[in-house]
Ligand binder design. Structure first.
Ligand code: UT7
Length: 368
């Protein structure tokens, strides 16, 4: 059975920064309260031209560059997002077209902030079963489009961004090990966007009552998170046949510093074993774990051979963890066509396919 190695990683965040002081001009809050209660100092906000697909595609290309793969080498794209471009088509398909991954299947996965863990586990299982060789897993969000900027309970928390991993099959032991995925739908109402789906389609009423925004019972979500983080980490470690003291790093979902500190206490592990970067990005939901991982690698906190656990929780309710031995980048091959060229080539290919469809329609008529 092949192993699923993480051979590429990338991130993309908007350049526009929104500080706590900026938010204090919009709602009754202040920098000190936000820092004390969450650890967040600032977050990134997407420009109008940016979207979950554009950020996701940029992160994907960065990950492919490190893995030394072309988009055309991919068999599968899994895009985890709670802020998709549309209900359908899937954001994964829009990214597939943007990067020119013309041999890949593509679908979206909805498990809120736990989505990247779920996606990584699904991607790894596709490799271990032999059905895929090269899988791209993306976590991308533009939460700023769903935040009620008049609600101080939620608007201080969230930010925009994307991260991506490339998973590759290899006979060499390593890569992903034990993983757990959990859910408890009885807590679905604690964190939701009530309108816009088939239960409450968008209407004048849903707009007037703000049902298209993020609604959250912060205290309850906090309690749930502090309960499950340590447990899920322990489960993934046990499933891998490891012990906690063998871990080099834990990359937790970046929601609130106090939640991460509670997990550290629960696991009896020092805080320096936890990657934290929520002070600069806030909670980017499913993108937070891959973004924190990319920065951990850049800062030398995650090196080839290290044992790492990714652990997250979120709406659903969902939670999960995945243990991995960090592989590091593959040896680069010398080739003329590089992954970075694809965002330029792919739109031409996409245009030609649309044109072909139009010409076919004219020649054969609508009945063909
Ligand atoms: O990916 C998962 C996403 N969600 C989460 O992870 C959320 C988890 N929950 C949390 O992070 C925390 O519950 C919050 C940061 C949302 C809130 O912190 P808290 O310590 O649970 O505050 P609280 O809701 O208990 O509110 C304490 C006080 C209240 O005032 P009173 O009733 O004690 O007078 C709030 O009205 O703080 C007030 N408050 C604020 N004050 C200034 C609530 N939000 C703010 C604010 N600025 N932004």
């Amino acid at each position: 059975m092949p192993y699923a190695h993480i051979t590429g990683w990338g991130m993309s965040v908007p350049s526009k920064v929104l500080t706590n002081d900026d938010i204090s001009k919009m709602v009754e809050t202040n920098d000190e309260w936000i820092r004390d209660r969450t650890g967040i100092r600032e977050r990134r906000i997407a420009e109008e031209r940016q979207s979950s697909a554009s950020l996701g595609a940029e992160a994907a290309i960065e990950a492919l560059k490190i893995a030394d793969l072309l988009p055309t080498d991919l068999d599968l794209i899994i895009c985890s997002t709670s802020t998709p471009e549309h209900i359908f088509p899937a954001t994964a398909c829009i990214i597939q077209d943007k990067i020119g991954a013309n041999k890949a299947g593509a679908f979206d996965l909805s498990a809120a902030c736990s989505g990247f863990i779920y996606g990584l586990n699904m991607g790894a299982q596709a490799i271990r079963s032999g059905s895929s060789k090269n899988v791209l897993v993306i976590g991308t969000e533009t939460l700023s489009r769903f935040v009620n900027w008049k609600d101080r309970n939620t608007c201080i928390l969230f930010g925009d961004g994307a991260g991506a991993f490339v998973l590759q099959a290899s006979e060499q032991p390593g890569g992903t090990y034990g993983a757990v995925m959990h859910s408890d739908g009885s807590g679905g109402d604690l964190l939701s966007i009530p309108a816009g789906g088939s239960r409450n389609p968008m209407s004048e009423l849903t707009l007037r009552t703000g049902m298209h925004f993020i609604h959250m019972d912060g205290k309850e979500v906090f309690r749930f998170a502090t309960r499950v983080m340590a447990g899920a980490t322990n489960e993934a470690v046990e499933k891998s046949g490891w012990t906690l003291d063998a871990l080099d790093l834990i990359v937790p979902h970046q929601a609130n510093l106090r939640i991460i500190e509670a997990a550290a206490r629960g696991l009896k592990m020092p805080m320096d074993k936890f990657m934290v970067n929520l002070d600069r990005y806030g909670n980017t939901s499913t993108a937070s774990i891959p973004i924190a991982t990319v920065e951990a690698v850049q800062q030398g906190k995650l090196r080839p051979g290290d044992k790492v656990v990714f652990v997250g929780f979120g709406a659903g309710l969902t939670w999960g963890a995945l243990a991995a031995e960090w592989t590091g980048p593959r040896q680069a091959t010398r080739r003329v066509v590089k992954p970075g060229l694809f965002p330029w080539i792919a739109p031409i290919r996409s245009f030609l396919r649309r044109l072909g469809r139009l010409i076919e329609g004219i020649i054969f008529g609508r009945k063909a």
